[in-house]
Write a protein that binds this ligand. Structure first.
Ligand code: ASP
Ligand code: MG
Length: 405
């Protein structure tokens, strides 16, 4: 008999029929003799709808009131899920985040969990009830409702699994698990049986949006092993944990393509101490997240600087930089929105040489030009023409034999 945390995302509880399907799955586990704490999201689209409604009143609504509003989405689902279980004869009780003892700081709309008082949950679990917890929300020390940032139900599930020392944590979503590449782009992409936290983090931040990154970081920190799997079938999913068997034998475990990229080029920047500091301070103040940065060797007193940002922030970056360049004594800024970032990820890279060369060769054989390169211990990323992105993904996938995993 195990203590299991399950989390069902928005598509898994998208309407009443799907909620009934989730209740049936929960009942099946109860019938096997397990105890269950279940975290649910708002029905898919509900959170977006609530945000949109608030914005018809004013563009920047008060954060505390936003949390009051957004918490409604999950509150609907916990009650309906509990009722669906009652209809099947399963004792179940719903909990808001606050009732589940999830205490956060005061940062409305992006609160951090400070502690969890799991005693009330535990009492109900011990009494043989299924507890249904609203994801994405908590309460601060003053008793106000907070939310944990978009996608925060994942974090609720991982945090509860840590707090009640669950034997298993299952994250149910609309995909079967984590794949070697996006199966929509690469038809022979393979589902990974296991992946390490670090690889998952790189892939999550790279746009294979299976899970909220913060929740993976949290799982790593507290050693919560979890499984990502689908609520629409019975297939085994992907287990995410610290160490993965044969980790170092597999050099590359996944390929990701991120099209939400733009390249910003600053030409003829005055080559003097403080120029880069000024530019990136300006971008930070404008809340623009910079990813890769390349600066050429200065010549004739000027240098060229290139960096990448999220595509939706490129114009904001350009706008912020123009006055600063004038102040610095010259330079032109140009935005290129037709780029994509291709990355290969694998913990095995730490101990293998030649991975970058192998990737570059694969791209070269397809005559795909590399515009920028960046590397970390477990990742190599290149910026390429967006039009070649999908072809490049397939080429890298084949080059690293990921179809044979
Ligand atoms: N409902 C929230 C959102 O859409 C939280 C979640 O789904 O995890 O961001
Ligand atoms: Mg979600």
């Amino acid at each position: 008999m195990a203590l299991i945390v399950q989390k069902y995302g928005g598509t898994s509880v998208g309407d009443v029929d799907r909620i009934k399907n989730v209740a049936a799955r929960i009942k099946a586990r109860c019938d096997e003799g397990h105890r269950l704490a279940v975290v649910v999201s708002a029905r898919s689209g509900v959170t977006n709808e609530l945000i949109a409604r608030a914005k018809t009143i004013m563009p920047f609504p008060d954060d505390r009131e936003m949390d009051m509003l957004l918490a409604v989405g999950e509150q609907e689902t916990i009650a309906l899920t509990a009722m669906a279980l009652h209809a099947l004869g399963v004792p179940a009780v719903s909990y808001t985040g606050g009732q589940a003892g999830i205490f956060t700081d005061k940062m409305h709309t992006k609160a951090k969990i400070k502690k969890i008082n799991a005693r009330p949950l535990q009492q109900d679990l011990n009494a043989g009830k299924v507890v249904i917890v609203a994801g994405f929300q908590g309460i601060n020390d003053d008793g106000h409702i907070t939310t944990l940032g978009r996608g925060g139900s994942d974090l609720t599930a991982i945090a509860i699994a840590a707090a009640i020392k669950a034997d298993l944590c299952e994250i149910y979503t609309d995909v079967d698990g984590v794949y070697t590449a996006d199966p929509r782009l690469v038809k022979d992409a393979r589902k990974l049986a296991e992946i390490s936290y670090d690889e998952m983090l790189e892939l999550a931040s790279l746009g294979s949006k299976v899970m909220q990154s913060r929740s993976v970081e949290f799982a790593k920190k507290y050693g919560v092993v979890f499984e990502v799997r689908s609520s629409f079938n019975q297939n085994p999913g992907t287990i995410v944990k610290e160490e993965v068997a044969y980790m170092e034998k597999v050099v590359v475990r996944g390929v990701a393509l991120d099209k939400n990229q733009a390249k910003v080029v600053v030409n003829n920047l005055v080559d003097k101490p403080g120029s880069a500091a000024k530019i990136f301070k300006t971008l930070a103040d404008a809340n623009v997240n910079v990813d890769m940065i390349v600066q050429n060797v200065g010549r004739g007193g000027v240098a060229n600087l290139t960096f990448t940002v999220g595509r939706d922030e490129a114009r904001k970056a350009e706008h912020a930089l123009k006055p600063v360049l004038a102040e610095l004594g010259g330079g032109e800024v140009t935005v290129w929105e037709n780029v994509a970032k291709l990355s290969v990820v694998g913990v095995g890279m730490k101990t293998h040489a030649g991975v970058a060369a192998h990737l570059f060769q694969a791209l070269a054989s397809h005559k795909i030009n590399i515009e920028m390169i960046s590397t970390s211990e477990i990742k190599i990323s290149v910026i390429i023409d967006e039009k070649r992105g999908e072809e490049a993904t397939r080429a890298a996938h084949t080059a690293f034999a990921l179809d044979k995993m």
